[in-house]
Design a protein around this ligand. Structure first.
Ligand SMILES: Cc1ncc(COP(=O)(O)O)c(C=O)c1O
Length: 341
């Protein structure tokens, strides 16, 4: 099968034929920013109980979310005026709160109204929308710190223009990644990666390691030779005709779920299981998935161009373009109500 894929590539259009999503967002009339109050030109935020322009948003500095990373969050994207899989993101966020014993002060309906209004206030047709719940301030009495009920959890959110972990140029040639040698992913027995959390120093340091090694992105293992995930993204490996993504030690990404559906739609099998680093090194193709960029092809790992390379492989290219085309046709979309501004 590796040969078949390699042969496919020989007949495939040039790698640069990936949809130039960033350019389309910048130039296409359906992506033009809606009229908005000038105070929200730099983005919109919601802090505890009120809306504010992003550049005036402040945080209570003693909140444990900020000084201990004691918080969970989620990110949903908007493109061409529609949220993508908003209900799935809200469901995952509720599960994240539950896993770490946080209580969202907002009901799901209120949460959705805040997220919608943030995008409407700033008039974005393409947005990155972050929201989170923090533990709140430390109770005065040490005796109160062992019961989560003694903390007043707080809600924060903001909307900014759509964020790409890999721009058009990087996606079209495929990113060059390294498997981190210096950092393993934080074990699930320490911090549950299914609760989307702020404990990301393993990712941050591994990205600097990637830079030091002349690469653009990092991939983390579990320390036992299995892939886990990457900064801000899940990983998929295409080898010997099958597609696989790690089953654990990772966030259950909404884009990962989307890629699983798209792969099956294309009539290909996909396996959710342990994926060894050795499989990646032999792979025909590999890609990352993230709300911040969709499908992100990999070109090389540890300086070695993937077997079918260079550039994105045929399955990755098909998934990349289908992801955006289907989104822009309204697939799993919730239109933003811009009258809510
Ligand atoms: C650690 C981690 N893994 C995976 C992902 C991808 O998740 P999603 O597709 O829901 O954006 C993210 C997104 O930010 C992440 O932070």
């Amino acid at each position: 099968m590796a040969q078949t894929l390699a042969a496919d590539r020989a007949h495939a259009p040039a790698a640069s034929s990936l949809l130039p999503v960033q350019e389309i967002m910048a130039t296409h009339s359906e992506h033009r920013r809606m009229p908005h109050d000038a105070t929200y030109a730099g983005g919109a935020a919601y802090v505890i109980d009120r809306f504010t322009p992003l550049d005036r948003a402040g945080v209570p500095i003693a909140d444990l979310g900020f000084n201990r990373g004691d918080a969970v969050y989620d990110v949903v994207s908007v493109s061409r005026g529609s949220f993508f899989r908003l209900a799935d993101h809200q469901r995952r966020f509720a599960a994240s709160c539950k896993r770490v014993r946080l209580t969202n002060p907002l009901a799901a309906e209120e949460e959705r109204a805040v997220l919608n209004r943030l995008v409407a206030l700033a008039g974005y047709r393409d947005a990155y929308v972050w929201w989170g719940v923090t533990r709140g301030a430390t109770p005065q009495r040490a005796a109160d710190r062992t019961d989560p009920a003694n903390f007043a959890n707080r809600f924060f959110a903001y909307a900014i223009p759509y964020v790409f972990i890999a721009d058009d140029e990087r996606r079209s040639r495929g990113a060059d990644a390294v498997v981190s040698r210096e950092y393993f992913r934080i074990p699930p027995s320490s911090v549950d990666p299914r609760a989307k959390n702020l404990n990301g120093l393993d990712f941050a340091m591994s990205l600097f390691e990637a830079g030091d090694r002349g690469a653009e992105w990092s991939l983390l293992t579990d320390g036992a030779g299995n892939l886990t995930e990457a900064p801000g993204s899940n990983i998929f490996v295409v080898a010997s005709g099958t597609v696989a993504t790690p089953e654990d030690w990772c966030l259950e990404g909404i884009t990962r779920m989307t890629a699983l559906e798209l792969v099956r739609d294309l009539g290909r099998e996909v396996e959710v299981r342990k994926v060894a680093v050795a499989e990646l090194m032999q792979a025909d193709e590999a890609f990352l998935t993230s709300s911040a960029g969709g499908i992100v092809p990999l070109n090389s790992v540890d300086g070695v161009v993937l077997a079918g390379g260079p550039g994105p492989g045929p399955l990755t290219r098909a998934l990349h373009d289908r992801y955006w085309q289907k989104r822009w046709e309204g697939w799993h979309g919730t239109p933003v109500d811009y009258t809510a501004a």
